[in-house]
Write a protein that binds this ligand. Sequence first.
Ligand code: ADP
Ligand code: 5GP
Length: 188
Amino acid sequence: MKPGIPIVISAPSGAGKTTIVNLILKRIKGLKYSISTTTRPPSKNEKNGRDYYFLSKKEFLNKRKARKFIETAIVHGYYYGTLKEKLDNNLKKGKDVVLNIDVKGALNVKKIYPESLLIFVIPPSMKVLEDRLRKRHRDSEQEIKKRLKNAKMEMEYRKYYDYIVVNDSLEKAFNEIKNIIKERMKND
Ligand code: ADP
Ligand code: 5GP
């Protein structure tokens, strides 16, 4: 059986990648999601084992020492990592797997799986990005400032991606990404 491919979606925080990833998983059949591990505390709408595996720093570092991750990164001051075993099992079974990970993680995944599809989502402007972060009511003011500062650095990485999609109208952005994924699935 032909192995699946990692489909990596990255974006500056607040650009809308989680919203888009949820639509992708709901509307495109046959895709799997790679649930990441993080030391960031869960927000009230997030569930352990659905949105992330939420671990203490000690637990995370133990897993990293035991080589359970294919990649880890520190993003906005917290550890994040992609677990190797689940991802590999799904790919081996021929499943394409969606990963919502940061720019450094994306490049690491591309190194390990050169066939990966890398999609970068950008907001229509930095002002819109700031508005979305505030309206989400998830992060503190200090956290929002940190995320906006990081956004500038993250935007520099878009040149390494296969596709850049502007998330202005959500439906339009989703349709663009759907077409990119469908085209790739057809050719694989
Ligand atoms: P990310 O995962 O990139 O940090 P989210 O998916 O959490 O971003 O989106 C940030 C906020 O912006 C959320 O409140 C979401 O509902 C909103 N949002 C996402 N896409 C759009 C869009 N196209 N237009 C307006 N608001 C959006
Ligand atoms: P958030 O805290 O907003 O959920 O995520 C913050 C950032 O961490 C986002 O850019 C998200 O894509 C990234 N991220 C989430 N999981 C992982 C992961 O497993 N590895 C890496 N490298 N980044 C991740």
